[in-house]
Design a protein around this ligand. Structure first.
Ligand code: ADP
Ligand code: MG
Length: 237
């Protein structure tokens, strides 16, 4: 599913925190939005997910204008940094809950739940409670839930931000192989240049509400067009 952002703008108190962002993401692409804290990355994801209203501009998913549709009507799954699992429910129950609210029939839920847990590498851990899992495993449950309704678009907002380096590396590889296997169009938000370079088919660099440059990691690294991008990407070394 392709994603088109057409002059997307969001203001808080007359200040544009997302300023006329125009972007086309291809079907099946892994796109990374990279930028410093406060640059507007999360606000863009929240608008695409339908969790924050758009002031001006349009969001078009696979040719369909979804700008004014509610979140359930958008065929989008998302994972945030602070994964909110239900603490009193087992892993199985957390995933089943997501299937139930997405109206997957009872008969199919168990099979689908086991498929999802297998996909994210948690087969056999379904009876545990969230507190009996590591941070990385909890984030895998959050990913399984986001994929429960088989969305065409996956949005990830600094999903590994709270985890330590080794676990982050494992999860990145894992996420990438799941994304390829499903062919799901993905936007991954991070402020970490190394993470962006490792994951992205293409990336966009943001600063102060503006999307400054878009390209492959190589293009942006080798031939940055702005001083900001040169400095921001160079600082990874
Ligand atoms: P990022 O994810 O890149 O760190 P955000 O999209 O969270 O940036 O925020 C961009 C800017 O918008 C920040 O200056 C932030 O303070 C502001 N902002 C975000 N949400 C709100 C809100 N609900 N009300 C007012 N300002 C907000
Ligand atoms: Mg953010």
């Amino acid at each position: 599913m392709s994603i088109v952002l057409d002059q997307l703008t969001k203001r808080y108190e007359h200040h544009a925190v997302v300023n006329r962002v125009a972007l086309q993401i291809h079907d099946g692409e892994f796109f990374v939005l990279l930028g410093p804290s406060g640059s507007g990355k999360s606000t863009i994801l929240r608008m695409i997910a339908g969790l924050a209203p758009v002031d001006t501009g349009r969001i078009v998913l696979h040719g369909r204008d979804v700008t004014d549709l509610n979140p359930q009507a958008r065929d989008v799954g998302f994972v945030f940094q602070n994964y909110a699992l239900f603490e009193h429910m087992t892993v199985d129950e957390n995933v089943e809950f997501a299937l139930r609210i997405r109206k997957v029939e009872r008969k199919q839920r168990t099979e689908r739940r086991d498929q999802l847990l297998d996909l994210v590498g948690l087969a056999g851990l379904g009876k545990r409670l969230p507190r009996q899992l590591s941070g990385g495993q909890q984030q895998r449950v959050a990913l399984a839930r986001a994929l429960a309704h088989n969305p065409a678009v996956l949005l990830l907002d600094e999903p590994f931000g709270a985890l330590d380096a080794k676990i982050r590396t494992d999860l990145r590889r894992n996420l990438r192989s799941i994304q390829r296997e499903l062919g799901i169009t993905t936007i991954f938000v991070t402020h970490d240049q190394e993470e962006a370079f490792e994951l992205a088919d293409r990336l966009g660099v943001m600063n102060m509400g503006r999307l400054l440059e878009v390209g492959t990691p190589n293009e942006l690294y080798q031939r940055p067009q702005t001083e900001f991008v040169a400095t921001f990407l160079g600082s990874a070394n």
